[in-house]
Design a protein around this ligand. Sequence first.
Ligand code: GTP
Length: 271
Amino acid sequence: MSAHYNRSIMANDDSMSDDVFETETETSLRASSATGDPRDPRSGRPTPSPTGYRGYTPDPQLLTPVRHHVETDIAHKTILLGDSGVGKTSLLVQFDTGKFQAGSFSATVGIGFTNKVVMVDDTKVKLQIWDTAGQERFRSVTHAYYRDAHALLLLYDVTNKNSFDNIRAWLGEIKEYAQDDVVIMLLGNKCDSQSSERMVRREDGERIARENTVAFMETSAKTGQNVELAFIAIARELKARKNGTHNRSSFNVQEYVREQTQKATCSSCTS
Ligand SMILES: Nc1nc2c(ncn2[C@@H]2O[C@H](COP(=O)(O)OP(=O)(O)OP(=O)(O)O)[C@@H](O)[C@H]2O)c(=O)[nH]1
């Protein structure tokens, strides 16, 4: 992977791109204007009018900032998992920058995160996306991060049968280390590959997902196919859970993914 993206990242290193720390400006004007008194109660001096016109105090409602329904309080911890080389970093880079950096592969070392805000209808859902090293020797480090994860994106590579066969072991680890209610999405990545290179059929991915009651889709970090959709689906599910609506079947992530992927099926993803 190119040097443009930091592949050597240590635990709790937040030096990666961070485009979420939007400040939601709260004006402090409401209190003084609500009283209708243009004087500062402590100094007795006239306070400057929020409008710039001394003595004129508009209706307090006019001074109340328009508040869109914004969820900035918690970042939903979302972790990318899967064997080394399945495309975790590439998927995150594609989602974060819209680019695919082809070329030599250098494995991720350690763990690090990128913050992203995803719009779900009129709501901003903040995702803190952790990219982990797929190599076996880093497993014990990444296990420590499972416990407080809200969502897990588990990847295999459709051109690498071994990475698919290891999905059961990954699901076992998730069961052992993650919370019971963690949102899990299985992704068969590199679906842009030639059919001669493909080693895992789409139906096989669908089957293992069904057996384990997790959402599934095929993605391509190279072309961007379904990349945004994967994160949006996760964000939708997290929002539904936060609103306490998912138990009433108003939103079902597996159904949602099925509908959306049927709408946007690309020929290269349907072998
Ligand atoms: N054709 C194709 N190649 C991909 C895709 N995603 C990743 N690759 C390539 O696969 C190789 C590994 O990708 P990475 O994103 O580094 O994989 P990783 O899962 O982060 O690997 P670790 O850091 O070792 O865990 C790179 O050479 C990528 O260019 C994809 O969707 N399509």
